[in-house]
Design a protein around this ligand. Structure first.
Ligand code: NAD
Length: 296
Protein backbone atom coordinates (compact mmCIF):
# COMPACT_ATOMS: atom_id res chain seq x y z
CA UNK A 1 0.00 0.00 0.00
CA UNK A 2 1.44 3.36 -1.00
CA UNK A 3 1.06 6.12 1.59
CA UNK A 4 -0.89 9.32 0.97
CA UNK A 5 1.59 12.17 0.64
CA UNK A 6 0.57 15.02 2.92
CA UNK A 7 1.35 18.02 0.74
CA UNK A 8 2.36 20.69 3.25
CA UNK A 9 3.24 23.14 0.51
CA UNK A 10 -0.29 23.10 -0.91
CA UNK A 11 -1.88 23.07 2.57
CA UNK A 12 0.27 26.03 3.66
CA UNK A 13 -0.85 27.91 0.53
CA UNK A 14 -4.44 27.41 1.68
CA UNK A 15 -3.63 28.65 5.21
CA UNK A 16 -1.89 31.74 3.80
CA UNK A 17 -4.89 32.47 1.56
CA UNK A 18 -7.25 32.24 4.55
CA UNK A 19 -4.98 34.55 6.55
CA UNK A 20 -4.89 37.02 3.64
CA UNK A 21 -8.71 37.07 3.43
CA UNK A 22 -9.08 37.59 7.17
CA UNK A 23 -6.44 40.33 7.20
CA UNK A 24 -8.31 42.15 4.39
CA UNK A 25 -11.53 41.86 6.41
CA UNK A 26 -9.85 43.11 9.58
CA UNK A 27 -8.48 46.11 7.72
CA UNK A 28 -11.82 46.90 6.00
CA UNK A 29 -14.10 46.37 9.00
CA UNK A 30 -11.93 47.57 11.88
CA UNK A 31 -9.01 49.55 10.39
CA UNK A 32 -6.57 47.08 11.99
CA UNK A 33 -3.47 46.02 10.00
CA UNK A 34 -1.57 43.21 11.78
CA UNK A 35 2.14 43.92 12.07
CA UNK A 36 4.97 41.41 12.59
CA UNK A 37 8.40 42.51 13.86
CA UNK A 38 11.30 40.11 13.31
CA UNK A 39 14.57 40.65 15.16
CA UNK A 40 17.71 39.12 13.67
CA UNK A 41 20.94 39.22 15.67
CA UNK A 42 24.08 38.50 13.63
CA UNK A 43 24.39 37.17 10.10
CA UNK A 44 23.85 33.42 10.28
CA UNK A 45 23.15 32.57 6.60
CA UNK A 46 20.23 30.20 7.26
CA UNK A 47 18.60 32.68 9.68
CA UNK A 48 19.05 35.50 7.16
CA UNK A 49 17.19 33.47 4.50
CA UNK A 50 14.38 32.55 6.96
CA UNK A 51 13.97 36.19 8.02
CA UNK A 52 13.84 37.38 4.40
CA UNK A 53 11.16 34.76 3.56
CA UNK A 54 9.15 35.71 6.62
CA UNK A 55 9.21 39.39 5.57
CA UNK A 56 8.10 38.62 2.00
CA UNK A 57 5.26 36.32 3.09
CA UNK A 58 4.09 38.78 5.77
CA UNK A 59 3.69 41.52 3.16
CA UNK A 60 2.00 39.09 0.73
CA UNK A 61 -0.56 38.36 3.46
CA UNK A 62 -1.40 42.07 3.63
CA UNK A 63 0.34 42.63 6.96
CA UNK A 64 3.04 45.08 7.94
CA UNK A 65 6.55 43.67 8.23
CA UNK A 66 9.25 45.26 10.39
CA UNK A 67 12.74 43.76 10.33
CA UNK A 68 15.38 44.75 12.89
CA UNK A 69 18.93 43.61 12.14
CA UNK A 70 21.42 43.88 14.99
CA UNK A 71 25.16 43.23 15.07
CA UNK A 72 26.22 39.87 16.53
CA UNK A 73 28.08 41.87 19.22
CA UNK A 74 24.95 43.77 20.35
CA UNK A 75 24.71 44.28 24.12
CA UNK A 76 21.94 42.28 25.78
CA UNK A 77 20.58 45.49 27.32
CA UNK A 78 20.20 47.05 23.86
CA UNK A 79 18.33 43.99 22.57
CA UNK A 80 16.04 44.12 25.64
CA UNK A 81 15.46 47.83 25.02
CA UNK A 82 14.38 47.07 21.43
CA UNK A 83 11.97 44.38 22.71
CA UNK A 84 10.53 46.94 25.14
CA UNK A 85 9.97 49.40 22.26
CA UNK A 86 8.25 46.72 20.17
CA UNK A 87 6.08 45.70 23.14
CA UNK A 88 4.83 49.30 23.36
CA UNK A 89 4.45 49.86 19.59
CA UNK A 90 0.73 49.71 18.65
CA UNK A 91 1.61 48.89 15.01
CA UNK A 92 3.33 45.67 16.15
CA UNK A 93 1.12 42.67 17.07
CA UNK A 94 3.73 39.94 16.75
CA UNK A 95 7.38 39.85 17.83
CA UNK A 96 9.75 37.10 16.75
CA UNK A 97 13.37 36.92 17.84
CA UNK A 98 15.18 34.64 15.38
CA UNK A 99 17.05 31.84 17.16
CA UNK A 100 19.79 30.93 17.79
CA UNK A 101 21.10 34.02 19.60
CA UNK A 102 24.83 34.62 20.19
CA UNK A 103 26.27 32.91 23.27
CA UNK A 104 26.67 36.13 25.29
CA UNK A 105 22.90 36.68 25.22
CA UNK A 106 20.54 34.89 27.62
CA UNK A 107 17.90 33.61 25.18
CA UNK A 108 15.37 32.76 27.92
CA UNK A 109 15.64 36.27 29.36
CA UNK A 110 15.06 37.80 25.92
CA UNK A 111 12.13 35.51 25.02
CA UNK A 112 10.49 36.17 28.38
CA UNK A 113 10.82 39.94 27.84
CA UNK A 114 8.37 39.75 24.90
CA UNK A 115 4.79 40.77 25.73
CA UNK A 116 3.10 37.30 25.89
CA UNK A 117 0.21 38.61 23.77
CA UNK A 118 2.73 39.43 20.99
CA UNK A 119 4.73 36.20 21.44
CA UNK A 120 3.91 34.69 18.01
CA UNK A 121 6.55 31.97 18.47
CA UNK A 122 4.84 30.81 21.68
CA UNK A 123 8.14 30.50 23.57
CA UNK A 124 7.33 32.88 26.47
CA UNK A 125 7.11 30.96 29.73
CA UNK A 126 3.52 32.11 30.28
CA UNK A 127 2.46 30.74 26.87
CA UNK A 128 4.28 27.47 27.61
CA UNK A 129 2.36 27.25 30.91
CA UNK A 130 -0.91 28.21 29.30
CA UNK A 131 -0.54 25.50 26.66
CA UNK A 132 0.35 22.92 29.33
CA UNK A 133 -2.70 23.84 31.44
CA UNK A 134 -5.17 23.96 28.55
CA UNK A 135 -5.61 27.74 28.56
CA UNK A 136 -5.71 29.96 25.50
CA UNK A 137 -2.08 30.39 24.42
CA UNK A 138 0.12 31.49 21.57
CA UNK A 139 1.22 28.09 20.18
CA UNK A 140 4.68 27.46 18.62
CA UNK A 141 4.43 27.56 14.83
CA UNK A 142 5.99 24.24 13.79
CA UNK A 143 3.91 22.01 16.12
CA UNK A 144 0.80 24.06 15.23
CA UNK A 145 1.49 23.31 11.55
CA UNK A 146 1.88 19.59 12.31
CA UNK A 147 -1.40 19.60 14.25
CA UNK A 148 -3.23 21.28 11.35
CA UNK A 149 -1.94 18.62 8.94
CA UNK A 150 -2.95 15.81 11.31
CA UNK A 151 -6.45 17.21 11.91
CA UNK A 152 -6.98 17.78 8.18
CA UNK A 153 -5.99 14.20 7.38
CA UNK A 154 -7.40 12.28 10.35
CA UNK A 155 -10.20 14.51 11.67
CA UNK A 156 -10.79 13.91 15.39
CA UNK A 157 -7.54 12.68 16.99
CA UNK A 158 -9.20 11.40 20.21
CA UNK A 159 -7.80 8.15 21.50
CA UNK A 160 -5.02 7.86 18.92
CA UNK A 161 -1.68 6.49 20.12
CA UNK A 162 0.84 9.21 19.27
CA UNK A 163 4.60 9.03 19.59
CA UNK A 164 6.64 12.23 19.40
CA UNK A 165 10.37 11.68 18.97
CA UNK A 166 12.44 14.62 20.27
CA UNK A 167 11.84 16.72 23.39
CA UNK A 168 12.98 20.20 22.36
CA UNK A 169 11.12 23.24 23.69
CA UNK A 170 10.55 24.37 20.09
CA UNK A 171 9.01 21.24 18.59
CA UNK A 172 8.81 18.03 20.65
CA UNK A 173 7.41 19.25 23.98
CA UNK A 174 4.76 21.62 22.58
CA UNK A 175 3.81 18.96 20.00
CA UNK A 176 3.21 16.46 22.80
CA UNK A 177 1.09 19.04 24.67
CA UNK A 178 -1.02 19.76 21.59
CA UNK A 179 -1.65 16.07 20.92
CA UNK A 180 -2.56 15.56 24.57
CA UNK A 181 -4.97 18.48 24.31
CA UNK A 182 -6.54 16.74 21.29
CA UNK A 183 -7.05 13.64 23.47
CA UNK A 184 -4.28 11.45 22.05
CA UNK A 185 -2.41 8.99 24.26
CA UNK A 186 1.04 10.53 23.98
CA UNK A 187 4.51 9.06 24.36
CA UNK A 188 7.38 11.57 24.24
CA UNK A 189 10.55 9.71 23.23
CA UNK A 190 14.07 11.15 23.21
CA UNK A 191 17.77 10.32 23.01
CA UNK A 192 17.68 8.28 26.24
CA UNK A 193 14.56 6.27 25.34
CA UNK A 194 15.16 2.52 25.24
CA UNK A 195 14.15 0.47 22.18
CA UNK A 196 12.80 3.38 20.16
CA UNK A 197 11.80 1.08 17.30
CA UNK A 198 9.40 -0.83 19.59
CA UNK A 199 7.93 2.43 20.93
CA UNK A 200 7.35 3.77 17.41
CA UNK A 201 5.78 0.48 16.26
CA UNK A 202 2.90 1.08 18.72
CA UNK A 203 2.08 4.48 17.24
CA UNK A 204 -0.86 5.41 15.03
CA UNK A 205 0.65 8.91 14.78
CA UNK A 206 4.43 9.44 14.60
CA UNK A 207 5.96 12.91 14.80
CA UNK A 208 9.73 12.85 14.23
CA UNK A 209 11.65 15.95 15.41
CA UNK A 210 15.15 14.66 16.04
CA UNK A 211 17.55 16.24 13.55
CA UNK A 212 19.15 12.92 12.48
CA UNK A 213 18.97 12.15 8.78
CA UNK A 214 16.70 9.20 7.91
CA UNK A 215 16.98 7.66 11.39
CA UNK A 216 13.42 6.30 11.51
CA UNK A 217 13.18 3.16 9.42
CA UNK A 218 10.23 1.70 7.55
CA UNK A 219 10.15 -1.42 9.73
CA UNK A 220 9.60 0.81 12.82
CA UNK A 221 6.29 2.07 11.39
CA UNK A 222 2.96 0.36 12.06
CA UNK A 223 1.01 -0.35 8.86
CA UNK A 224 -1.32 2.57 8.14
CA UNK A 225 0.25 5.00 10.64
CA UNK A 226 0.38 8.73 9.91
CA UNK A 227 3.97 10.01 9.86
CA UNK A 228 4.87 13.68 10.28
CA UNK A 229 8.54 14.28 9.54
CA UNK A 230 9.71 17.59 11.05
CA UNK A 231 13.42 16.97 10.44
CA UNK A 232 15.37 19.14 8.03
CA UNK A 233 18.83 17.69 7.46
CA UNK A 234 21.35 18.66 4.79
CA UNK A 235 23.30 15.67 3.47
CA UNK A 236 25.65 15.03 0.57
CA UNK A 237 24.27 12.66 -2.13
CA UNK A 238 26.36 11.98 -5.22
CA UNK A 239 28.37 15.12 -4.48
CA UNK A 240 25.24 17.31 -4.19
CA UNK A 241 23.68 18.80 -1.07
CA UNK A 242 20.11 17.57 -0.58
CA UNK A 243 17.50 17.95 2.16
CA UNK A 244 16.24 14.83 3.92
CA UNK A 245 13.99 14.33 6.91
CA UNK A 246 14.39 12.28 10.08
CA UNK A 247 12.52 9.39 8.41
CA UNK A 248 13.74 7.11 5.64
CA UNK A 249 11.06 8.40 3.28
CA UNK A 250 10.89 5.49 0.84
CA UNK A 251 10.93 2.85 3.59
CA UNK A 252 8.34 4.62 5.76
CA UNK A 253 6.07 5.55 2.83
CA UNK A 254 5.88 1.87 1.85
CA UNK A 255 4.23 1.04 5.21
CA UNK A 256 2.57 4.25 6.48
CA UNK A 257 -0.97 5.34 5.67
CA UNK A 258 0.20 8.91 5.16
CA UNK A 259 3.49 10.79 5.37
CA UNK A 260 4.86 14.31 4.95
CA UNK A 261 7.74 14.69 2.47
CA UNK A 262 10.94 16.66 3.11
CA UNK A 263 11.05 19.24 1.64
CA UNK A 264 7.46 20.30 1.06
CA UNK A 265 5.85 18.89 4.19
CA UNK A 266 6.09 20.55 7.60
CA UNK A 267 8.55 23.29 6.52
CA UNK A 268 6.08 25.48 4.56
CA UNK A 269 3.53 25.13 7.38
CA UNK A 270 5.83 26.86 9.87
CA UNK A 271 5.79 30.29 8.19
CA UNK A 272 2.08 29.93 7.34
CA UNK A 273 1.41 29.36 11.06
CA UNK A 274 3.56 32.36 11.97
CA UNK A 275 1.26 34.50 9.81
CA UNK A 276 -1.80 32.82 11.37
CA UNK A 277 -0.41 33.53 14.87
CA UNK A 278 0.21 37.19 14.00
CA UNK A 279 -3.40 37.52 12.82
CA UNK A 280 -4.64 35.77 15.99
CA UNK A 281 -2.50 38.08 18.17
CA UNK A 282 -3.89 41.18 16.41
CA UNK A 283 -7.48 39.97 16.93
CA UNK A 284 -6.87 39.20 20.62
CA UNK A 285 -5.09 42.51 21.28
CA UNK A 286 -8.00 44.43 19.70
CA UNK A 287 -10.66 42.29 21.43
CA UNK A 288 -12.02 40.99 18.11
CA UNK A 289 -13.20 37.43 17.33
CA UNK A 290 -10.42 35.08 16.27
CA UNK A 291 -10.52 33.49 12.82
CA UNK A 292 -11.72 29.88 13.00
CA UNK A 293 -9.36 27.01 12.18
CA UNK A 294 -6.14 28.98 12.42
CA UNK A 295 -5.35 28.30 16.08
CA UNK A 296 -4.99 25.12 18.14
P1 NAD B 1 16.88 19.71 18.99
O1 NAD B 1 18.27 19.33 18.61
O2 NAD B 1 16.63 20.87 19.87
O3 NAD B 1 16.16 18.45 19.66
C1 NAD B 1 16.34 17.16 19.13
C2 NAD B 1 15.67 16.16 20.04
O4 NAD B 1 15.88 14.88 19.47
C3 NAD B 1 16.23 16.14 21.44
O5 NAD B 1 15.18 16.31 22.36
C4 NAD B 1 16.84 14.74 21.61
O6 NAD B 1 16.51 14.14 22.84
C5 NAD B 1 16.20 13.96 20.49
N1 NAD B 1 17.15 12.98 19.96
C6 NAD B 1 18.41 13.18 19.54
N2 NAD B 1 18.97 12.02 19.14
C7 NAD B 1 18.05 11.07 19.32
C8 NAD B 1 18.01 9.67 19.11
N3 NAD B 1 19.06 9.02 18.61
N4 NAD B 1 16.89 9.01 19.42
C9 NAD B 1 15.80 9.65 19.90
N5 NAD B 1 15.77 10.98 20.11
C10 NAD B 1 16.87 11.67 19.83
O7 NAD B 1 16.10 19.86 17.59
P2 NAD B 1 14.74 20.63 17.20
O8 NAD B 1 14.95 22.09 17.23
O9 NAD B 1 13.59 20.05 17.95
O10 NAD B 1 14.63 20.18 15.67
C11 NAD B 1 14.50 18.82 15.30
C12 NAD B 1 14.54 18.72 13.80
O11 NAD B 1 13.44 19.45 13.26
C13 NAD B 1 15.79 19.32 13.14
O12 NAD B 1 16.09 18.58 11.98
C14 NAD B 1 15.34 20.71 12.74
O13 NAD B 1 16.06 21.22 11.63
C15 NAD B 1 13.91 20.44 12.35
N6 NAD B 1 13.02 21.60 12.48
C16 NAD B 1 12.19 21.83 11.42
C17 NAD B 1 11.31 22.88 11.48
C18 NAD B 1 10.38 23.10 10.32
O14 NAD B 1 9.89 24.17 10.12
N7 NAD B 1 10.10 22.06 9.54
C19 NAD B 1 11.25 23.72 12.59
C20 NAD B 1 12.09 23.43 13.68
C21 NAD B 1 12.96 22.36 13.61
Amino acid sequence: MAATILDGKAFAGGVRARVRDQVARLRADHGVVPGLAVVLVGEDPASTVYVRNKGVQTVEAGMQSFTHRLEASVAQADLLALIGDLNRDPMVHGILVQLPLPAHIDADLVLNAIDPRKDVDGFHISNVGRLATGQKAMVPCTPLGCLMLLRAHLGDLSGQNAVVIGRSNIVGKPMAQLLLRDNCTVTLAHSRSRDLAAIVRRAEIVVAAVGRPEMIQGDWIAPGATVIDVGINRVLRDGKQVLVGDCDFAGCAAVAGAITPVPGGVGPMTIACLLANTLTAACRIHGLPEPAGLTA
